[in-house]
Each structure stands twice: as C-alpha cells, then as structure tokens.
Write a protein that binds this ligand. Structure first.
Ligand code: SF4
Length: 369
C-alpha cells in the first residue's frame, strides 16, 4: 500500500512501504564494509531526513551532505551586492523567497523591505520580466541564483527581455555548477567521499555526460538519484553495489527523468546566454569555472555592471562553520551555535535558512540534538 494516499501513482509508487523495505533489504545484504557517500543536493538531504532513510540504512553506510544548496553557497559578496542594489532608488529587486532571510554582512532582504525597499518574491525569472514590462519607470533586477536547474529559465528571461527591447531589466548572475564542485571536494586533502549520489534534477537538464571523467579520475562511483524514498534508496544501492564490486562507473538510478545527454534544448539556451566563469562559493572559496556569467552579447542585462557595487566590504559570522558543513567534513550538530545561537528563527548562516540547507534539515528533523 502507498504510504500516502491521494498522491498520483507516479509519486506514491516511489513512497511505497513494501518497495522501500525491499530496497533496504538489498542494501543490507550487499553492504560488507563501511562506506561514505555524499548526496550532493540539499533537496535530497531534506528528503533523506524527512523520510528517516538515514536511520534505516546499515551502520556501515555514512551519508554526508554536499554543497547542493544554491542559497547556502551564494557568496556573501553577491548577497551584499544584492542588498545594496535592492536599496537603490527606483529599483524593484526580485528574488526567490528562500533568499530573503539569508544573512548578508548587514541584514537581509527582509530588512531591506522593512526599511522601505521594493523587494518582491517571484516564482520564476519570467515573473520579473513581467514586472519590468509593467513598471517602465523602475529598474527591475532578478537575483539569478541556482544550480544548472534554474539556468535555462534565467537564460530564457534574458532572451525574452532582449526580444521585448526592455532596458529596465537585468539579472544578478549567481548560478553555480555541480561538476566543478565535485572536483573541488574530491581533490581536497580532507576528502573522505567514496561514492556520490548525483542530483537528479540537475542531471534532468544537463544529462550526466560530464560525470564519467570525474568518476574515473578520482575512482569514485556515482549514481544519478531522484528525490522520492525509493529513488534515493535505489541510488544508494547502486552506489554501494559498485563500491562492493570494485566497479567505477556512473549509473542512472533515475531513468524516468534523466538521460545521458539531458535536455539538449535547455542546454542550448544556457550556452547561448551564459559562459562558465570562476565563482566564489560561500564558506568554500573560489572554484574555477564553477558559475555562469553572461556572455558579452548579453552583458547589457548584467546588474553587476549596471550598478556600481565596487566598494562593498563583506563581514562573515566568525562562529558559522557552514563551509565545513557544505563540504561534508563536519555535521551541523558539530557547530557550537547549532540549535542555540543559530536557529531557523535567528539564523547565523545560510544553511539554517534555506529549505535545502543541511543545518535546517538537522534542526527540523531533530538529528544530533
Ligand atoms: S548551525 Fe548555523 S552557524 Fe552553525 S554552520 Fe549551520 S548555519 Fe552556520
């Protein structure tokens, strides 16, 4: 029987208790030694905690949580730039809701709004384009955060703004990319990741053609993994099976959504508008070619060039260890501020704010407290 009634079959089937038990049995039978896996995506971290999957796995399997939370890794400098732009006269600053409570050096977007700034939550960058059309006397800026998943929509908004001849629309480019982050994690001296669960939604857009050279170079198997309990457990099983048999490959445990090539139309849009640039990840540092910047042909839509944000001084919390949490070297409960000085109501770092943040997941689902 499905765990939750009223769901469409394509979802409830992947939450089915009997199927979950069967995959757990398979994992238990296959696991013979300790293994450390990283789920790269913060959405997967939350799903693992929400369904208690971490508590059903054999003790030999340790899951560590990766940097796949775009709100968490957006650099303090970019957040401070966004805060500064949002305070300028005649600006409507638009953003996904998660960003509003992310602490910058001095406050957050909510505090800018409370002080009279025009900060609006949108559900898509195309909503920001519509706001620009409706407000020709305002400068409308969209905070273009996200992994490869949001990049096609960000690119589409820029193309649409160009088609409409909008001079009052721009984006603050902040997209980050998964493969360079995998390189950074696997090549760091303290790395202990032996297998990866690759993020299914990123791979639905990009495919997984970028991953075999990484798996080969670092001798780390990977499984493309979805977000429902059976999807997550299937990805874990496939990764453990590869590790136990000494096989290094990239397997697809999410074939209903992901192909090797990915969505080529979406990739074409991305590469028309964006090009890889070095990007600073909050708490981690600069990772080469790990972000998307606007190509020269579209730089008229780059808010960072429209607004002179050169003199902003950033000041990070001295307590927050988000960088170590995001790289999987520390668990949230190892942070001295976890659940005391830092809570979802009073966050010191982005991982406690975001719906994909590991600290928020540990707090919400009471792990390690
Ligand atoms: S608990 Fe708070 S202060 Fe500690 S790492 Fe997480 S976000 Fe930073």
């Amino acid at each position: 029987m499905p765990v939750e009634s009223g769901l469409p079959e394509f979802l409830s089937g992947y939450r089915d208790v009997e199927r979950v038990k069967r995959v757990i049995d398979l994992i238990q039978q296959r696991t013979r030694q300790p293994w450390t896996l990283m789920e790269i995506c913060g959405g997967q971290t939350h799903a693992i905690m929400q369904y208690g999957l971490d508590q059903l796995l054999p003790d030999e399997i340790e899951l560590v949580h990766g940097p796949g939370c775009p709100v968490c890794v957006t650099s303090l400098a970019l957040i401070d730039q966004g805060l500064w732009i949002a305070q300028q006269p005649d600006v409507i600053f638009t953003s996904f809701g998660d960003m509003l409570r992310v602490p910058g050096s001095n406050g957050d977007l909510f505090s800018v709004r409370a002080a009279g700034g025009q900060v609006r939550v949108v559900y898509s960058p195309m909503d920001a384009v519509k706001i620009a059309v409706a407000n020709p006397d305002k400068r409308v800026v969209f905070f273009a955060i996200g992994f490869e998943t949001t990049a096609p929509a960000n690119a589409m908004a820029v193309i649409q703004a160009e088609k409409l001849g909008l001079k009052n629309f721009s984006i603050l480019p902040a997209n980050v990319l998964v493969p360079p982050a995998m390189h950074a994690i696997l090549s760091s001296p303290g790395n202990r990741i032996q297998g990866f669960l690759a993020a299914g939604h990123v791979c639905a857009v990009m495919g997984y053609w970028e991953y075999p050279p990484i798996a080969e170079r670092y001798q780390v198997p990977m499984a493309v993994t979805g977000f429902e309990p059976v999807d997550l457990l299937s990805g874990i099983y496939q990764t453990i099976d590869m590790l136990e048999s000494g096989r290094v490959a990239v397997e697809n445990a999410y074939p209903r959504a992901v192909t090797f090539e990915g969505n080529q139309a979406a990739q074409k849009l991305i590469f028309q508008v964006f090009e890889p640039v070095d990007r600073n990840w909050r708490g981690i540092g600069t990772i080469p070619n790990s972000g998307y910047g606007l190509r020269k042909a579209y730089q008229a839509f780059d808010a960072a060039l429209h607004f002179d944000t050169g003199n902003i001084q950033t000041a990070e919390s001295s307590i927050c260890i988000a960088g170590q949490v995001l790289q999987g070297t520390k668990k949230p409960f190892e942070c001295p501020a976890f659940g005391t000085l830092c809570t979802p109501q009073n966050p010191l770092g982005a991982p406690m704010v975001s719906s994909e943040g590991a600290c928020a997941a540990y707090y919400l689902y009471k792990r390690g407290s």
